[in-house]
Each structure stands twice: as structure tokens, then as C-alpha cells.
Design a protein around this ligand. Structure first.
Ligand code: AGP
Ligand code: GLU
Length: 611
């Protein structure tokens, strides 16, 4: 959900808007555009970078005193020129940019289609824009009033900026669930997703809240709620520097993304999971539900952290759907001449959607008749495009090289698929299904609780940062989390770490244990817990240091551990979404204590597009 910029005032708007978009590039995006009030609305937009947009407007008359700009992170409609923002209404008199997801856009679109509307793009944004214009025409009301009425019908997250050709110096803005900051200048106003686009012009800002609407003119800022009551804008003096703003006030993108997880899981569930109604809506999966239900096996194909998500999914799918699941390293799968039968279902898991090994692996499988489902974060990415169907993780751009929020979002999507298929197949009782839906719905708030222990974990990082090696152990659903925790530590702190099934220790690795070796147990309370406790005792008996991720209040594990990191109680199937968080934080803080570049670790790329 990327970036918005706006300006209205005496200066030339275009340079301010385009520079503001560049300030927001760090958030990751796939396309960009601007709309200017220049003797009518002028809109320039395209897939690609801001620099590409600048090239297309060379020689154009860009004179304007009001303008809006957008960097898109596609959620509805793949990245291309047509789907880029700003969108123009059917009359051409309104232009709008939007960050967020309009969940009920399909319903609104149907209503508009019945009224004879047609659409130039595949986006939810264009639907909302025409919905607003339809109200404006129908009710013969102002744009401000139409926006207020429309937003009462909208389900989803948005920040929107609108220009009206008939009111050239006014910008209408509204937000719910996506950020909006208004910069207050002298006879001018600035807008942005954060303060970075306006920082060089003003440090006086108003943070707009959910369900608020702003009418902005050069010398006037009116703030209202959707009930049309005027609100007093609270103007704050910014003391943040640019670098800090880009990271949302966090020291690093990785930390910001770890702390975004309550929100990103909410975004991932948004419009899909309805725990009250007991429904999971995933169009991409529904069209292949029969094939998945009847599949003889499901093969998870991925790399790195995404492979760990596939390993968790193996346990979940086998438990809930009673389908044989295999998890393959894409790099091995593609070179092994694997046995693929017609009707096999391959689930490709990838944050970037561009990992070369995963891409080639599924091309191979597709050629042999398998059905390819993509669980991908980047909309319109290569893996998304060659998959038959799938579900996006909606985790937003992940800038830190180490994958954190994308991993938990992958788990949430994979959980929803398994729940949907298991229930449809009849291998999952309604009672357990409804219970798990309710629990999944509560994960965002439990993530927020898990994150409250970050300072304690920072202390543990200082305590254990000089260890030469770490072992990470877990059983069942938490075994892949042990692998993930070890990978996080390796890639962020450059300390060697290995993940193992806890029971595997006695087959060799326990020889490593001595008083210098921290052994991290992923030991949340589950059906394996008693066994894990005895594994802890084995380590303690050999003077190893036990550091455990435990369920809040687990006195037994606490008594056996040198240190603990607590997460809230939840069903074991969902536990990895919580138990991974302390391990993400532990790796992050050790990397920071060692003064390493935690956002860009040495030798690593965010997306491994080479083989
Ligand atoms: C995880 O922290 C690493 N950045 C890496 O293992 C990553 O998960 C792997 O390269 C797969 O990337 P993908 O999810 O974009 O396909
Ligand atoms: N949902 C809108 C789209 O897909 C906005 C995406 C964004 O937040 O950039 O175009």
C-alpha cells in the first residue's frame, strides 16, 4: 500500500509532487502517476519508476498550482499503465489516487455496471471513484458530500486524494486504515503518506485519523468526520529527520516490518476471513477447489524462508485436509527430474514472486500437467503470472532483505487455504473449523502482545550476542520455526546457527552441547510439549544454555530455561505465526548490537533472481 502526495498553493505543484514521490520510493512500488490542475485535469501515469514517468512528461505543459501523485503497490489489477493511478471518473472531471484495498469493490462495480458504467482499469480504485461520481450526479451534491456518503458504504482500507476539475485549487482527502499526513504551510498545504514529501517545506503537520475527511485549499484546511461534524485539526511540530520518517520512526526497515505484522496479518485476512459467518473467500483458490480436494498430493515449492512456510503448511494441510504433502527446495526440485502426475497440485510460495529457482521449478511442473497455485506477495510478479491461480499475501512491500512480515502472511494465507479445503472436503469438523477461524481472526492482536516483549528480547540479544554457535530446536508445527529462527540469526548476525527437530538431538547433535552453546527451544504449549520439555532437560543435564519461546505462563519450561520469550496462547496450528516473532527480534537485536547492516546483510539480495 504505497504512496500518495498532494500540493495546493502558490508554488508550481509538479516539482513538489514528483519530488515527494521520490521521497516515498523507499516504500517499494510498481507504477506511478500524477494529476495536475492545468486548465482542466492532466493525468500522466505509467508502470515503472518515477524516473520513467518524468521521461514521459518531458516537453508537456506541467504548469499547475494543485496536483496529486501516487506510487502504486498493486492489489487489484496487475501493474501496467492502465491500472496505474491517478484514475479519472467516467465524466473525466474527477481524478483520484488511492492506497489500500476496497473489499466490497466487486459489489459496487456490479451496481455501477447495471447503471451503464464501464471501466478502463481492473482496479478497485476506479470503482470507488465512479461510485463517488455517481452519488455526486444522483444527489446533485458537492464532491465533499459525495465522498462522505460513498465512504459510509465502503468496506476496506483507504487513503484517497481527489481533484475536481470544477474546483481547481481544492483537494479532498479521506483515510481509513492507510496513513495520511497534511503539511501546513503559509498559504499552502502538502499531503503525504508520511511526512517525508513535505519535510523540506514545513514541519507543521496534521496526522489525519480513520474516518476523517479533509477539504484542503491553499489557505484553508477543514477537517470533518463522516458524520459531517467539523473537527479541530491538531497541528504538531515534527522533530523527525527524513531518514527516520522513511522507517516510520524505527531504526531499520526490518524492525518496522516486524512491528507491522499485526497490521499486515489484518490486511491479509481482510475481505477473506469472516469468522462470524464461518466463511473464507478466496476466488483464486475456489476455482481450483475440486482439483485440490481430489489431489493425490500437494507439493510445496519454495526457497529460504518461504520454504519454511511450506514446511509449516505441510503439517497443517496433512492435519486438516488429510492430503499427502511434500515440501521441495525449488533448487533441488527443478534439477531432479521429479515425478509429476496430471492433477498434482503445486503450491509455489514466494515473497518476491521472482525467485529464479522457484520460477523454473513451477514452469517444469506446469509443463508436466500440474496445477500451480501461487502464494505470492508482489502482485503481477512472474510467479504470480505463470500460476494458474493463487492468493496474494498483501503484506505490502518488504524492504528488509530478511523476510519477516511476508513469512507470517504466507502462513496466514496457507492456513486459510487449508481451512477452506479441509472443511469443503469434510476432513475438518465444523466445530474445529469455526474454532480455528475465530483463533486466526485473533492472531493480529496476539502478535501485538508478542511484540510488547521486544525490550526484554533486546536484553537477551546483549546477553547471548557473543556466542559462536546457536542451536534452534522445535517439534511439530514449531520445527520449521526453529529452522526459520536459525536462518534469521545467520543472515542478520552472521553467527552460525542450526535448526533441528528437537528429538533429533540424541542422534548426534547433542555432542555439540556445552556451557558455551545457547540452545533456543521453540516450545509453545502444544501436543508435543511434554516431549520438548524432556529435550530441555537433556540439554540442561549437559550444562547447555536453554533459551525458550514459551506460551505465557508456562512455569515448567520457565523453570528449565536460562531465559524465556513469551507469546500468547493459541491453537498449535497457528502458533508459528506467533512463535517466530521473538526469533525475528532476537536476530534483529543481535545484528544491531553487533553494529551490522541489518537491512542489507552482506552477500544477500532481497530477491534471488539468479540460479
Ligand atoms: C529470507 O529471510 C531470505 N531473504 C531468503 O531466504 C528468501 O526467503 C528466499 O530467497 C526466497 O525468496 P522469495 O520468498 O522472494 O521467493
Ligand atoms: N488497491 C489499489 C490498486 O490495486 C491501490 C493499491 C495501493 O495501495 O497502491 O490499484
Amino acid at each position: 500500500m504505497c504512496g500518495i502526495v498532494g500540493y495546493t498553493g502558490p508554488r508550481e505543484a509538479y516539482p513538489i509532487v514528483i519530488k515527494g514521490l521520490k521521497r516515498l520510493e523507499y516504500r517499494g512500488y510498481d507504477s506511478t502517476g500524477v494529476a495536475l490542475q492545468n486548465d482542466g485535469l492532466k493525468v500522466y501515469k505509467k508502470k515503472g519508476k518515477v524516473a520513467d514517468l518524468e521521461e514521459t512528461v518531458v516537453g508537456k505543459n506541467l504548469h499547475a498550482h494543485a496536483g496529486i501523485g501516487h506510487t502504486r503497490w498493486a492489489t487489484h489489477g496487475e501493474p501496467n499503465d492502465r491500472n496505474a493511478h491517478p484514475h479519472q471518473s467516467a465524466s473525466g472531471k474527477l481524478a483520484m489516487i488511492h492506497n489500500g484495498i476496497i473489499e466490497n469493490y466487486a459489489q459496487l462495480k456490479n451496481e455501477l455496471l447495471k447503471k451503464g458504467y464501464s471501466f478502463k482499469s481492473d482496479t478497485d480504485t476506479e470503482v470507488l471513484l465512479n461510485f463517488i461520481e455517481e452519488i455526486m450526479i444522483n444527489n446533485a451534491c458537492s464532491l465533499e458530500e459525495a465522498v462522505r456518503v460513498a465512504l459510509k458504504r465502503v468496506v476496506g482500507a483507504y487513503v484517497i486524494l481527489l481533484l475536481n476539475e470544477d474546483d481547481p485549487e481544492t483537494i479532498i482527502a479521506a483515510r481509513k486504515g492507510s496513513p495520511l499526513v497534511i503539511g501546513v504551510g503559509k498559504g499552502e498545504h502538502f499531503l503525504g503518506s508520511d511526512a517525508s514529501p513535505m519535510l523540506e517545506y514545513t514541519k507543521e503537520v496534521v496526522y489525519v485519523n480513520d474516518y476523517e475527511l479533509a477539504i484542503i485549499r491553499p489557505d484553508e484546511l477543514i477537517l470533518k468526520n463522516l458524520g459531517n461534524e467539523k473537527l479541530t485539526p491538531y497541528v504538531q511540530k515534527l522533530d523527525l529527520e527524513l531518514a527516520a520518517i522513511e522507517k516510520g520512526g524505527y531504526d531499520h526497515f526490518m524492525l518496522k516490518e516486524i512491528f507491522e505484522q499485526p497490521q499486515t496479518i489484518q490486511d491479509c485476512l481482510r475481505g477473506r476471513l469472516d469468522a462470524e459467518a464461518g466463511t473464507i473467500t478466496m476466488a483464486g483458490i475456489e476455482q481450483y477447489a475440486e482439483q485440490i480436494i481430489n489431489a493425490k498430493r500437494i507439493v510445496m515449492v519454495a526457497c529460504g524462508t518461504s520454504w519454511h512456510a511450506g514446511l509449516v503448511a505441510e503439517y497443517i494441510f496433512e492435519e486438516l485436509c488429510r492430503i499427502n504433502v511434500e515440501v521441495e527446495y525449488a533448487s533441488e526440485f527443478r534439477y531432479r527430474n521429479p515425478v509429476i502426475s496430471e492433477g498434482d497440485v503445486i503450491i509455489a510460495i514466494s515473497q518476491s514472486g521472482e525467485t529464479a529457482d522457484t520460477l523454473v521449478a513451477i514452469e517444469t511442473a506446469k509443463a508436466k500437467g500440474a496445477i500451480i497455485l501461487g502464494v505470492v506477495n508482489v502482485v503481477g510478479s512472474s510467479i504470480a503470472r505463470i500460476s494458474h491461480a493463487g492468493a496474494y499475501t498483501h503484506a505490502g512491500p518488504e524492504i528488509g532483505v530478511a523476510s519477516t512480515k511476508a513469512f507470517t502472511a504466507q502462513l496466514a494465507v496457507l492456513c486459510m487455504i487449508a481451512l477452506k479445503i479441509g472443511y469443503a472436503k469434510g476432513t475438518l469438523s465444523r466445530e474445529r473449523y469455526m474454532g480455528l477461524l475465530k483463533e486466526l481472526n485473533a492472531i493480529p492482536e496476539k502478535l501485538a502482545i508478542a511484540l510488547t516483549h521486544s525490550e526484554h528480547i533486546r536484553g537477551l540479544a546483549r546477553k547471548y550476542m557473543d556466542a559462536r554457535d546457536f542451536l534452534y530446536l522445535g517439534r511439530g508445527y514449531n520445527f520449521p520455526v526453529a529452522l526459520e529462527g536459525a536462518l534469521k540469526l545467520k543472515e542478520i548476525s552472521y553467527i552460525h546457527a542450526e535448526g533441528y527437530p528437537a528429538a533429533e538431538m540424541k542422534h548426534g547433535p547433542i555432542a555439540l552441547v556445552d556451557e558455551s552453546l545457547p540452545v533456543v527451544f521453540v516450545a509453545t504449549r502444544d501436543s508435543y510439549h511434554e516431549k520438548v520439555v524432556s529435550n530441555m532437560q537433556e540439554i540442561k543435564a549437559r550444562k547447555g544454555m536453554v533459551v525458550s519461546v514459551i506460551t505465557e505462563g508456562d512455569e515448567v519450561s520457565t523453570g528449565l530455561s536460562n531465559d524465556v520469550m513469551q507469546v500468547p496462547e493459541c491453537d498449535e496450528i497457528l502458533a508459528p505465526m506467533l512463535s517466530v516473532v521473538p526469533l525475528q527480534l532476537l536476530a534483529y537485536y543481535i545484528g544491531v548490537e553487533k553494529k551490522l547492516d541489518v537491512d542489507k546483510p552482506r552477500n544477500l539480495a532481497k530477491s534471488v533472481t539468479v540460479e
